[in-house]
Design a protein. Sequence first.
Length: 74
Amino acid sequence: MSLVDAVRAAGSYSEALDLTIAHFQADSGTIHVLESDGLLHLKAASKGLPDAVLAIVRTVPVGKGMWGLAVERA
């Protein structure tokens, strides 16, 4: 099964994130979703990210930070 298929079959954002982190052998990661208010909303975060960081990235405007720039630049 490909990563894309596994992520699509995942039962939650957390499970999809765990699969993605394992596939890319990353240390950590997050999943944000662009919602109707025009902001990226945190849906899942890997264990170990400090609460202070999570508080800052709970919502991210498009064009701000790594996540916002990625969305802005498609």
